[in-house]
Design a protein around this ligand. Structure first.
Ligand SMILES: Cc1cc2nc3c(=O)[nH]c(=O)nc-3n(C[C@H](O)[C@H](O)[C@H](O)COP(=O)(O)OP(=O)(O)OC[C@H]3O[C@@H](n4cnc5c(N)ncnc54)[C@H](O)[C@@H]3O)c2cc1C
Length: 387
């Protein structure tokens, strides 16, 4: 793996990701989709190639690549017809440990996360009664002596919990009414799920193959040194990781949009109706061209956000806009691709209906479009806070 990421290195990374993904064609994903099974071999191949360790510095055994290189990896995975949602969290969830963990925590966890021997795929924030409204979460972690916290509560949509060794958990350590401010009183813990009792994981079957779950904590005792950073500051730590997540998910959407556009263009050239290719009709051409233009515009915003992130500049607005525009672009491309294929778009063997279901997630998670619009209205345009 390369330690720098200039244009030629990124081109090389793109080629390598494409070559890896070519070993996991549509049949592989279709079989897993039917069973809602986890793509273990695919995730192993990405891990062994070092792609999921892109953002971990070399001193901890990672590839030490830039955000632009990381976005190229996620984009190529999706553009190849694969699904990076099975493992994207391994790439960015560690950022909270990297930025806010102690030296001992970084030494203990990051090398294992980098080589894949420790899977950090699970991120427990959302609860049944608090999705968008994170600050109202109810899971508690109560200090018990010097050595432990005791966790009680429930999370929902904790994706990949069954395929992860570690979970980054956000829980309340100070009751809301006693906290110094609205945003204080929540804390982040890195939990070794293999070493605890009182943890129950239940899979949730969804419209796509996503390995998501609900997780119950019943008097779950965890070591006090699971706490990341300072007690009570967890919400700030989670927010600080959001920009990387938004940029990388936006890159996934761009990859999906490219896949749909390529698939639709190829089909429009070859499908003959009324004695000529359907792509000769403007009614077919224009939606494909529009989806392409929409994707390219969103892609520019992803690049802008990644460049600002790399430069260490504030990229909150750009990261949010990248996620918003890219999720809209991938969904528009999905709809266009299905329409271009007519009835065949609904047949499993074309992979379109599968990708269509998969890409529909992005306007909802990890943050919904409305919340991004609220962010822009309030923080960029200075409008009154709406919630
Ligand atoms: C497949 C899947 C995987 C996920 N993986 C994870 C994961 O690994 N870890 C994790 O912690 N979470 C995960 N999530 C949760 C995801 O982040 C939430 O679903 C998302 O943040 C929305 O929260 P909610 O579902 O509770 O919706 P709600 O908060 O109930 O909102 C419902 C709708 O109302 C809108 N809305 C709410 N308030 C306002 C407002 N003030 N103004 C305008 N509109 C508003 C929202 O935009 C949304 O469209 C996942 C979700 C799914 C479906």
């Amino acid at each position: 793996m390369l330690a720098t990421s200039g244009d030629s290195e990124i081109a090389h990374i793109r080629d390598a990701v494409r070559a890896l993904c070519a070993k996991f064609p549509g049949e592989y994903w279709r079989a897993l989709d039917r069973e809602r099974a986890y793509p273990t071999e695919f995730v192993r191949a990405l891990t062994e190639a070092g792609f999921l360790a892109a953002l971990i510095p070399e001193e901890y055994g990672g590839s030490g690549l830039t955000m632009r290189a990381a976005t190229a990896i996620m984009e190529e995975i999706q553009a190849s017809g694969c699904n990076g949602a099975a493992c994207h969290a391994q790439m960015y969830t560690m950022g909270t440990v990297l930025r806010h963990g102690s030296a001992a925590q970084k030494q203990r966890y990051l090398p294992g996360i980098a080589d894949g021997s420790l899977r950090l795929q699970a991120f427990g924030v959302t609860e049944p009664t608090s999705g968008t409204d994170t600050l109202s979460l109810r899971t508690t972690a109560v200090r018990d002596g010097n050595e432990h916290y005791v966790v009680n509560g429930q999370k929902i949509w904790t994706s990949r919990a069954e395929h992860s060794d570690l979970m980054l958990l956000l829980a309340r350590t100070t009751p809301r009414e006693q906290a110094k401010s609205r945003t204080e009183g929540l804390s982040v813990f890195l939990i070794d799920m293999r070493a605890v009792e009182g943890l129950t994981i239940r899979p949730i079957r969804t419209m796509m193959n996503h390995a998501t779950t609900e997780v119950f904590f019943d008097k779950m005792r965890i070591p006090a040194d699971s706490l990341i950073g300072e007690e009570g500051k967890g919400f700030r730590y989670i927010l600080s990781g959001m920009n990387a997540e938004r940029i990388l998910i936006a890159a996934e959407c761009i990859g999906d949009a490219k896949w749909f556009i390529a698939k639709a263009s190829a089909y429009a050239k070859e499908r003959v109706v009324f004695g000529r290719p359907i792509g000769q009709n403007q009614g077919i051409q224009f939606p494909i061209a529009r989806a392409y233009a929409q994707m390219r515009a969103a892609e520019l915003m992803v690049h802008e956000a990644a460049a600002l992130y790399e430069a260490g500049r504030d990229c909150g607005a750009e990261a949010n806009m990248a996620k918003l525009l890219a999720a809209d672009a991938s969904w528009a491309a999905a709809d266009m691709c299905l329409q271009t294929h007519g009835g065949f778009g609904f047949a499993e063997e074309y992979d379109i209906e599968r990708k269509f279901r998969e890409t529909r997630l992005y306007p909802v998670a990890p943050i919904s479009t409305n919340l991004i619009l609220s962010y822009l209205a309030e923080h960029v345009l200075g409008l009154p806070r709406s919630y």
